[in-house]
Design a protein. Structure first.
Ligand SMILES: [Zn+2]
Length: 283
């Protein structure tokens, strides 16, 4: 499994099998802080082993950046850790967690050992965590989902952005306008490095361009979808909107971004149509 060291005691692990999902570890003597886990049990087990190999007893905290399984399914492999997340993450897991996990196990038998683990500590806007001399700022960055958060390791200015920053913004579960504001917020946090929820790390010189181009992408898709709706087009017309004409590469995440892009367009199309119909009823 691919692993990168991003600071003295901060490491990032990547899933080989699912959309380059990333998990972070801060190795602290009193117990590690784990920021997201990996989709499959054998991948998270490697992280557990890595922590032990460094003579550290286990994880003291696991932070879930949002409720999606590709980030939370490994949480149960840190049974002694205190799990921290946004309040809406716990609510979503209480509401849908068991059912979604049962469905996932049918499709993906390698998830058999996974058990639902609910967050122990939740917050709304932001939270500060001070452990072994390290200061972490956990902050709400909604838009990919309502419960999305980012985790800034203050000394190193490494931001674990969860899926708020990705090779292509992804909104079918969330809200375009909120994601746009969250991306602006990311820039004001002045990170030196961003560990995206999926894909390669963004280094200092790449951050402004990458985040600003995500913001323009969100503007472009809105404009293009509105244009199609305005001229009475249908969902089939969305296929003609190429990701590159909206400002993002089509090769990232082994081409998966094109599917994510089409799902974004469809979600926006349906939302705008619904809003138009509602307005039509009012006036
Ligand atoms: Zn994800």
């Amino acid at each position: 499994m691919k692993r990168e060291r991003v600071a003295e005691d901060i490491f990032v692990f990547y899933s080989d099998t699912y959309a380059q999902a990333a998990a972070g570890i801060v190795l602290l003597p009193g117990g590690a802080i784990v920021i997201d886990t990996l989709p499959f049990p054998h991948e998270t087990s490697e992280i557990v082993q890595f922590i032990r190999d460094h003579g550290i007893p286990g994880a003291r905290f696991v932070i879930n950046t949002h409720f999606h399984g590709d980030h939370t399914y490994g949480t149960c492999f840190f049974p002694d850790a205190t799990v921290i997340a946004h309040r809406a993450c716990r609510d979503a897991l209480v509401k849908w967690g068991e059912r979604r996990l049962a469905e996932a196990k049918v499709v993906t038998p390698s998830l058999q050992e996974v058990e639902l683990r609910l967050p122990d500590v939740v917050f709304d806007d932001e939270m500060h965590l001070h452990v072994d001399g390290r200061n972490l700022l956990l902050t709400h960055l909604p838009g990919h989902t309502a419960d999305s958060i980012g985790v800034l390791i203050e000394g190193d200015r490494v931001l674990f952005s969860g899926d708020a920053v990705m090779p292509v913004p992804y909104i079918p579960w969330g809200n375009r306008d909120q994601l746009r504001s969250s991306l602006s917020r990311v820039l004001t946090m002045r990170p030196e490095m961003i560990v995206q929820g999926h894909g390669d790390i963004l280094l200092r010189g790449e951050i402004a361009d990458a985040v600003e181009s995500s913001i323009s992408y969100l503007d472009n898709i809105k404009e293009r979808v509105e244009e199609i709706i305005g001229r009475g087009g249908t969902e089939a017309d969305l296929r003609k909107i190429d990701i590159e004409t909206c400002g993002r590469s089509r090769i990232a995440l082994d081409g998966l971004v094109c599917q994510l892009h089409q799902a974004n367009l469809k979600a926006l199309f349906r939302l705008h149509l619904q809003q138009r119909q509602q307005q039509g009823r009012v006036f």
